[in-house]
Design a protein around this ligand. Structure first.
Ligand code: PAF
Length: 283
């Protein structure tokens, strides 16, 4: 049976009676195959699994898609039931932010080295918003394990920082990106794409793979590999690349020109105004 819970008091009461280890899968709903893989990993490790569904206003900029963000709790519940989830926690915004304006003014600020790069360059307060909401849910639920997708790589580093900074006794697990057969990474925003847009969007992963092959072959430096991939992407007029970057695995710092492993290529791009991100690891 899947319980739907909306209040902090009720979730705390249920958790007090639940078996541990307790796994938490944080989501903004609109569940897809990527989330299902996180759910499966949690169910594998934990006696109780909670999926939270909460579209977090703090992580959307003024000109972003908070109002339009797809919301379908009925469907999300159905997916959770199919996957034998014990508890879905779906609070209202006012439950999590009794004073939203105050929370907006006083978010948690992760270090600039993590937030002023990559997506943080254009999504100014995004990672402060993510850190703030995740800390709240961690404090309410007190999970033993929590699960995040590797697609949102920068977010994963921010969560790692958060857990270390506040000494939270939570083990964070990262799960591999789940892709459609074309290579397109599952994302809630894929539903904004037209069928043609979806085909074009698959090129982002092709460009990442190209950079990986070029680096691996040993012929191209990191910069040249990036350039080759940008040239490949420039053939699609629908794609506007925001960044195509190479960052090391330890702390997301820039990598040297001759790096051959232990880093990621990361991309953010808009396809007909739908913003997508993806990355590939160079092992
Ligand atoms: O990745 C997401 O869906 C969100 O950023 C998260 C982690 C649920 C926080 O709102």
């Amino acid at each position: 049976m899947t319980l739907l819970i909306k209040s902090i008091k009720d979730i705390k009461d249920v958790i007090a009676k639940s078996e541990r280890p307790l796994g938490l899968v944080p989501t903004m709903g609109s569940l897809h195959e990527g989330h299902i893989s996180l759910i499966k990993a949690a169910k594998n490790d934990c006696k109780t699994t909670i999926v939270y569904v909460f579209v977090n206003p703090l992580q959307f900029g003024p000109n972003e898609d908070f109002d339009q963000y797809p919301r379908d709790l009925e469907k999300d519940l159905e997916i959770c039931k199919q996957n034998n989830i014990d508890i879905v926690f779906a609070p209202e915004v006012s439950e999590i932010y009794p004073n939203l304006e105050d929370s907006k003014k006083n978010p948690i600020h992760p270090p600039k080295e993590l937030t002023d790069i990559l997506c943080g360059k254009t999504r100014i307060d995004h990672f402060s918003g993510v850190a703030t909401v995740i800390k709240k849910f961690f404090e309410i639920i007190e999970p033993d394990f929590t699960y995040f997708g590797e697609k949102d790589l920068q977010q994963f580093y921010v969560i790692k920082w958060l857990v270390e900074k506040f000494n939270l006794p939570i083990k964070i697990k990262s799960c591999p990106t789940i892709r459609e057969s074309t290579g397109l990474a599952y994302s809630s925003r894929n539903r904004y794409l037209t069928p043609e847009g979806k085909i074009v969007a698959a090129s982002l992963y092709k460009a990442l793979k190209l950079a990986k092959e070029n680096t691996r072959s040993g012929i191209f430096s990191v910069n040249k590999s990036v350039l080759e991939s940008l040239i490949f992407l420039s053939h699609f007029q629908e794609i506007k690349v925001e960044y195509f970057d190479a960052r090391n695995k330890a702390n997301l710092e820039k990598v040297s020109e001759d790096a051959k492993h232990n880093f990621y290529y990361l991309i953010a791009a808009k396809i007909n105004n739908v913003r997508l991100i993806d990355n590939i690891e160079i092992t």
